[in-house]
Design a protein around this ligand. Structure first.
Ligand SMILES: [Zn+2]
Length: 134
């Protein structure tokens, strides 16, 4: 991926993961990724409108997943290009809560409330760097 495209995606996201909202400056060890919202193997493209900025933990957990089964139906994962984050998620202190089925399945698949990730947010809260201004 060319540097200019990566820079565009990064800036558009305000340097935050577009799923868990972690700022790249608060992830002290691993670089963020440009994520194909729809994985290439499912027809995703390198068009900027098909890309988002994601922390390594969200990106690795998401992999090529597009949806998850819940209560008898499949629900699509959150699409940062087509959907509004606040409509699907809210913070309960340092735990992310899904407001919709899409929010719920996204939190599950991306493992957003893993203990180590909640612990990082607790440290950021203590330091006054969480929650993000939205
Ligand atoms: Zn993330």
């Amino acid at each position: 991926m060319e540097a200019a495209l990566r820079a565009f995606v990064r800036h558009r996201a305000d340097y935050r993961c577009e799923y868990c909202r972690l700022h790249e400056g608060d992830a002290d060890y691993l670089a963020f990724h440009v994520d194909h919202v729809i994985a290439k193997q499912h027809g995703g493209t390198d068009d900027p409108d098909a890309l988002c900025y994601a922390c390594s933990e969200c990106n690795w957990a998401k992999g090529p997943n597009l949806a998850r089964h819940l209560d008898g139906n499949f629900y699509p994962l959150f699409n940062p290009r087509r959907q509004n984050w606040k409509r699907h998620f809210r913070w309960e202190i340092t735990t992310l809560v899904g407001k919709t089925k899409t929010g719920i399945v996204t939190i599950y698949v991306l493992n957003i409330n893993a203990p180590s990730r909640v612990s990082l947010r607790e440290n950021l809260l203590f330091e006054g760097r969480f929650p993000p201004d939205e």
